[in-house]
Write a protein that binds this ligand. Structure first.
Ligand code: OSB
Ligand code: MG
Length: 368
């Protein structure tokens, strides 16, 4: 494939309601949307990034600059015959995983269209629909939290994840356990705890959580290993895993039993697939997380989650969970059995609503 030109867009796609975690509040999707042009065909990708560097170190501006100055020129100067080659092409540039991923996704979309194959098919996916749950932000009013969870359950979600932080953990978990006894429940701390909080975390054991996600800092693998020895609840890592090498290390030191894979966080689908294959061999459980993606990123996540190793319920909710209107036609909807269908069209299998995309675009740049 000879890439003729690349178009980058900064967007702001507003949320219905702000989304709050232990460390930040987000009121919309601030992704970079990528469009690549080649041989009369186009490919779409999304670098799902926030405007603030609180989840990862990347921001909308760093992604924009890294793509513009370093990654897009590599795309334009080199002939790429398969999207698997993108990882190697970008490998001299350290980290900047979210920036790399949006371009890689766009190339998978383009390649799938040229080859007449869906992304799921190209990756070796088997499932046609994915079990999904919903991530509920910190809502530090018990009644509001309860009504929000109730609403999601009535929409058909069978698994709830709540965000927790020191001072907002046992109380909300207990409340939801009492109110919705049978629901599959898990908690995500987004790095908010420290090893001194271990007694508090142990108390969560009695609530039969599916897992506790990322209690400690991203680089604090040793304390996660210590914690996993001292609690029954399974530890899941999110922020800590940005590459296959990280997955190997956490396996070696038993820092977790579960990995939340997000293709953008690990730099693209190729790396995500390697983590998948390693986890299957080494009996680490997997699920696909989310980063509040538009329909473009959601399509990527669904295709990845269709691989056989993704056995736990994923954080891929319907577009309407976050957005009043998505930037794709036929936004993703929830089936009655708490699943979402894997797109089966060519490439990502989505149809971008370019008129609406134009309306939510803050800045656009074409690079030839
Ligand atoms: O920690 O999983 C996380 C959203 C943005 C960044 C990090 C996280 C999240 C979520 C929501 O929990 C996932 C989603 O629904 O896309
Ligand atoms: Mg998380």
């Amino acid at each position: 494939m000879k890439i003729d030109r690349v178009e980058l867009r900064k967007i702001l796609l507003p949320f219905r309601k702000p989304f709050e975690t232990s460390g930040w509040v987000q009121n919309g999707n601030y992704s970079i949307i990528v469009k690549v042009f080649s041989e009369g065909q186009i490919g779409w990708g999304e670098s799902p990034v926030n405007n603030l560097p609180y989840y990862t170190e990347e921001t909308t501006s760093t992604v924009w600059n890294t793509q513009k100055e370093f990654l897009v020129p590599l795309f334009l100067e080199n002939r790429i015959s398969h999207p698997k080659e993108v990882e190697k092409l970008f490998s001299r540039i350290r980290l900047n995983n979210i920036a790399k991923s949006g371009l890689e996704f766009a190339l998978w979309d383009l390649y799938g269209k040229l080859e007449n194959k869906s992304l799921s098919e190209m990756l070796g996916g088997r499932k046609k629909k994915i079990s999904v749950g919903v991530s509920v932000g910190v809502i530090d009013d018990l009644k509001l939290l309860q009504s929000q969870v109730e609403e999601h359950i009535s929409q058909g979600y069978k698994r709830i994840k709540i965000k927790i932080k020191p001072g907002w953990d046992l109380v909300p978990v207990k409340k939801i356990r009492k109110g919705f006894g049978k629901v599959m429940l898990q908690a995500d701390a987004n790095c908010a705890y420290q090893i001194k909080d271990i007694k508090k975390i142990q108390k969560l054991d009695e609530f039969n959580l599916l897992m506790i996600e990322q209690p400690f800092a991203a680089d604090n693998l040793l304390d996660h290993a210590l914690l996993q020895k001292k609690i029954k609840t399974k530890v899941c890592l999110d922020e800590s895993i940005v590459s296959l090498e990280d997955a190997k290390l956490v396996k070696k030191i038993n820092a977790c039993k579960i990995i939340n894979v997000k293709p953008a966080r690990v730099g693209g689908l190729n790396q995500a697939k390697k983590i998948h294959d390693f986890a299957v061999k080494n009996k680490i459980s997997l699920w696909c997380g989310g980063m509040l993606e538009t329909g473009i990123g959601r399509a990527v996540n669904l295709a990845l989650a269709s691989l056989p190793g993704f056995k736990l319920t994923s954080d891929i909710s319907a577009s309407s969970r976050y957005f009043i209107r998505d930037i794709v036609h036929h936004p993703f909807e929830l089936n009655k059995d708490s699943t979402i269908n894997v797109p089966d069209g060519r490439g990502l299998g989505i149809d971008v609503d370019e008129d609406y995309l134009d309306r939510v675009t803050l800045e656009k740049l074409e690079i030839k």
